[in-house]
Design a protein around this ligand. Sequence first.
Ligand SMILES: [Cu+2]
Length: 65
Amino acid sequence: MATIKIKGMTCNHCVMAVNKALNEIEGIKDVKVDLQKGEAIFEEAKPVDMNIVRERIKKAGYEVV
Ligand SMILES: [Cu+2]
């Protein structure tokens, strides 16, 4: 299980956008995004490149910190 901190989420729309971005990455499953804590938790079905995670989150308009 991996936890990442995400900057820039302000509402449930942001949560959904981050959730979608993470779910589209191969190997990531069981995504849970916590708006209040500003973090996302997910399982890695196979090793996930954190650079890709960073990139996809950024593309969605947020930042992994
Ligand atoms: Cu929002």
